[in-house]
Design a protein around this ligand. Structure first.
Ligand code: PMP
Length: 378
């Protein structure tokens, strides 16, 4: 058995979800799976693709029309990658895995956000990287000094950025992205920017990938699981300058050969004709965010207002329980499931993640139960 693999655990999010399944009467606000169905045009394109027998391997990097469409889509956000600089992957997960595998040698320094999406650390551990968790400001925005402190002179540095953030909903401000640009330009550092929630930015959207003169140092990871509410169809992508992408594609090829063909045809249609529906989903998420934020405020649960994604990360420090204990009791006694903040790194302790990718009725009922349970503690 591989020692590095032995050293990692299954994700804390899934681990907790497995407990939730055993409490069938609980309301679950745990997962990052939007409750919307896949836009109709995408469904139809996938059915057509099946009927036209488009079920064989696609090129390793994905169907060219889709790479072209992604290239045009990104350009609207001032992010410039040619179709040749884009590889379609089996979800954002595989994009991250293939990218980090192509980059990292044992002992390289992997800088990851703390709190952050758990996959970064686990993939890094599997690859034998040295993990440097960088802490964020108290509102979970970027703290550039903490990143600077984590850079090491003697090894390669790989910086993972993750905005809009899972689990906090924080985004990158214009000011932060300028500071980052300077840091990247002046240091020996390659950036992997995971922007899978970019289409769910409620205020401004700023990406380090829009700076052209550092493009050789940037790898842009994204996907359609959240954007088109199609988590099970597994279509994501990675963009990088050709020398980097060439290495990533080698790993991708031996890993999955190509992303699933039917999903690729669905996404192609989605980028052409379903962007209005993405905007509608975003409007709905904004309403849910405002609702959940106000309810938590009135319950005295302090949280930063999420500016992107569909998670909120309130503090539970005043309850004198750790986040695992808080979530277990809330599940078994209050019948609501949220994810313990500790699943996202040491700096996630003292918080819980609530996903608002659920219907407003479920969110409202979940919050009623949280309110009753908190009152029962008094
Ligand atoms: N990055 C982040 C920040 C995520 O939250 C997720 C999914 N929860 C992924 C990547 C992976 O997404 P996919 O389903 O496309 O593999």
């Amino acid at each position: 058995m591989n020692n590095n693999v032995r050293n990692i655990e299954i994700s804390g999010i899934r681990r907790f979800f497995n407990k939730v399944v055993k409490v069938p009467e609980a309301i679950s606000l745990t997962l990052g799976q939007p409750d919307f169905t896949v836009p109709e045009d995408i469904k139809k394109a996938m059915i057509d693709a099946i009927n036209l027998n488009k079920t064989s391997y696609t090129p390793n990097a994905g169907i060219y029309e889709l790479r072209k469409e992604i290239s045009s889509y990104l350009l609207k956000m001032n992010i410039g990658y040619s179709p040749e600089e884009i590889c379609i992957t089996a979800g954002g997960s595989e994009a991250l895995y293939s990218t980090l595998t192509a980059l990292i040698n044992p002992g390289d320094n992997l800088l990851i956000p703390n709190p952050g999406y758990p996959a970064y650390e686990s993939i890094g551990v599997i690859l034998g990287a040295y993990i440097s968790g960088y802490e964020l400001n108290s509102d979970f925005t970027l703290n550039i000094d903490n990143i600077k402190k984590s850079i090491k002179d003697e090894v390669n540095n790989y910086l993972v950025l993750s905005f809009p953030s899972n689990p906090t909903g924080a985004v990158l401000s214009e000011e932060d992205v300028k500071k980052l640009y300077k840091l990247i330009k002046e240091n020996n550092i390659i950036v992997i920017t995971d922007e899978i929630y970019a289409s769910l930015s409620y205020s401004s959207y700023n990406s380090i990938a829009s700076y052209k003169d550092i493009r050789e140092k940037i790898i842009y990871v994204s996907g359609f699981s959240k954007m088109f509410s199609m988590t099970g169809l597994r279509v994501g992508y990675v963009c990088a300058s050709l020398p980097l992408l060439k290495e990533i594609i080698k790993v991708h090829q031996y890993n999955v050969s190509c992303a699933n063909s039917i999903g690729q045809y669905g996404v192609l249609e989605g980028l052409k004709n379903s962007l209005r529906e993405v905007e509608n989903m975003k409007e709905e998420f904004t309403k849910r965010r405002d609702y959940i934020y106000n309810r938590l405020q009135s319950l005295g649960l302090e949280a930063s207002m999420p500016q992107g994604a569909f998670y909120i990360f309130p503090s539970i420090k005043k309850f004198n329980m750790n986040s695992e204990e808080f979530c277990e009791r809330l599940l078994y006694e209050g019948k609501v499931a949220c994810v313990p903040g500790s699943a996202f790194g040491t700096a996630g302790e003292g918080h819980i993640r609530i996903s608002y990718s659920y219907s407003i009725e479920e969110i409202a009922e979940g919050l009623n139960r949280i309110e009753n349970w908190i009152n029962s503690l008094k």
